[in-house]
Design a protein. Sequence first.
Length: 433
Amino acid sequence: MTRGKLLPPGQRLEPYVPGEDGPWDYPAAAHLARRAAFGAPKELVNKLLELGPHRAPAFLLRGRDETPEMKAVADSRRRIGNTEAIQTWWAHRMLRGNHPAMDKLALFWHDHFATSDTKVRDSRLMMDQVRLFLREGTGHFHALAQSIAKDPAMIIWLDGNSNRRGKPNENFARELMELFTLGVGNYTEEDIKEAARAFTGWHVKNRKFWFNKRAHDTGAKTLFGFTGNLDGDYVLRACLEKRAGAEFIAGKLFDYYVGTPVSPELRKSLAELYLASFHNIGPFLEKLLSSREFYSAPARRAIMSSPADFTIGTLRTLGATAGSDRLPAEMSRMGMDLLRPPSVKGWQKGKSWLNSNTLLSRYRFASMLGSGTENAPRVPWDKIEKEGVDELFKLFFPEGLAGRIRKTITDEAGGDLKLLVTALVELPEYQYI
């Protein structure tokens, strides 16, 4: 922990106590901003610092009305309706919207319930799915899973319309158990086959969920040892009520927001914390983001930044703006094609974000910041120059940067703030949040 104490797993998830567990200071608040949202803009960090470690997560996650600007962008992009337009809408929300923490969580759900427009081929349905994550992402996980099971994009993605009595398609039943609710090893192949029969007739018609009674198998089915005339709703409840599901979902959220190693004992403690939140994601995240483990030394700068963290986070930290229509392409070059995860398993994360091609794309983006070209991000250089070099270092590395590294990049920049920003964003240390 921050004070060097080795605590039992349960105590590691107890509330962080400033002074006893470590300081509540600007670096701690910036850590929360980077993890729960995108980047660490000074105004947001100061607001979180004022709120304290126990109220700040709730402030970040609480509901907010969509701004008129975001509504207008959403309407215009939806009218265009192609993939690029919907990608631009979401990138604009991340960069300019008033609820980056909700977009960060929606990105988690987009990866968890991975669905791709390469097969759905209806970008408006993909937009509807993202809006589902934005609307229900902090609510009861059971409700979210039930909504996604009837989501038209998901049904198309996993071939739901071909799931019929006598010819069950197992795609959704398999991913429901393996990737969405339980994890590998907590079900049998027979459970998948029987669950697929229960979901027969869950189809899409006229771009909406449609229960096709004629295609539904009404015969007896056996799931997790229970036999009856089971339907899809029963299968969902049965999966969601299993203890393994609590460990699975809590563990994935922990990996996304905290990123330290998870022992079997800690996984059990996470499940208890999740169950104590009654499967409500918002309250669970508030506890997670105010825990001792979240603020521990091993958790700081422990997660490789995703392309969204790197691009959107850098721009928000600088207070910069950019053409939102260009941001999805930048993220795609770095390995994250919004609305198009590579498989049902989502993106390969962690160090998989970096390879020779994606690292060059990050360097290219860093160079664009100070290039002054027509399509480059618009950075408030006058404000940055007025605040000075020390504030610039604090902005990107509030926890400090090794003196040797600071001296090297300062000397190489030669007093040019644009070159200094590029050098800071290219540092290996900056690739972690």
